[in-house]
Design a protein around this ligand. Sequence first.
Ligand SMILES: [Zn+2]
Length: 485
Amino acid sequence: MTLRELTAFSTELLSAYGRNDAPRAAILEVQRRRLRELIRVAGTTRRYLGLTSLADAPPTDKRAILDDFDAGIVAGAPRESAVRAFLQQGAPATLLSGRTIVATTSGTTGEVGIFITDDASFARLRATVFARIFRGQLKPEGFALLAKRRYRLTFVVATGGHTMTSVLALRMPRAGRIAADVSVVTIDQPLPSLVAALNDRPPLLLYSYATVLELLAHEQLQGRLRLTPEIVTAGSEPLTQMARQTLQEAFPTATILETWAATEHVALAVSCKLGHLHINEDAAIVEAVDDDNQPVALGEWSQRVLITNLLNLSQPLLRYRLDDRLRLDVAPCPCGSPFARVEVEGRTDDTIYLDDGRDFQAHTPIPFEVMLLGVQGLWQFSLVHERQNTLRIRVVTDPDADAAVVAASVGARLQRYLAEHGLTEQVSFVVEPVLALHRHARSGKLRQITSQTPRPDRFVAAASRRMHTAMSSLPASSSPSRRPR
Ligand SMILES: [Zn+2]
């Protein structure tokens, strides 16, 4: 950990915490100041040469970034060749050239992207998230109180590969370690050993993916997991109303929070105690737009979103497209936060329940994605649990890749995954190269991981059962796939 990182993290944590309840005008002033600096820095890159305003920045996306990676980075930042070499050989969450964080994403489109941030920018981004998570929790005496308690934070995440959650979990700035005891528990292990690891060192703050937390909540409700966290934070996936209720039932004394983040911007929004996501407008500009990148009316659902990362000064991302659908709301939240509210539909992948002959194993979506990260020539994939213990993976390959070779590589990785979980005999699968994947008819979204088999009864909590009953009594015009809040 560098001194730069430490300084940036502590400074930003304090200032961002101070903005939690600042007047909205003060936040927008910070936003304007940071945007001016971002535009100045971006204007030195080939992609944005001479840029003077955000409105003049053409919307961009993952494909455009990958097509000419070097055009979008500032002088002194590592070039694409160095970044790719690092992804092959470097350990995740270490620094490239002493100051660059590298992360890959599959994200909502299934296309693998590569992003870099300098260590100080990255520290500021994550400090923003911590400032919002701990809103109202820090006494006026300051952060020293935290130090006395050795606040244990546990990240239950996929740790293989260069994914952003892996980097986030493994790279806690030293400033954080003074106050907090950070542990990382990998989800790449059978559920009983995951539960045992958590029972062994119970956290006060538990962070994981929404689908994993839902699974852990079931374990807690059935008495195998015994945690009393103060804060439970869900990220990477939408937290459905059903999952939120299950979490609240399992951890009745915890504050259940949710973050909206992307590899391209790890601090887009954090929810308040009332469950409303608030955009970190001191770190991001979020534009809700239609298919032509034109703004939609306030309160209308967008087709996609353009994000501007105000804190990444190594690879400036301006008006970068994410395929999340959302709607913005600037009406004040009863929680008193000055930050604008947002509802995000986001991606909804399914947890897959496989029968190992004795019992059902729950396999959450993220490990499947991590497993397929870095397959040479793989452009997109979808995994469907078609019938109990029968999987189909459709793969779209790069035009210049050999589809059969890519399919074989995907098959080998899945075979290894199944073997690790004792499922080689029980589960069969097909890898099918295709030219394109089907998108959801209404939202146009790619669903990467879908289950067409029913959820086993023991993974349906009381809260969920009540919810199902309530949902089935809703009028047909309501939209169940909208991300409820
Ligand atoms: Zn609020």
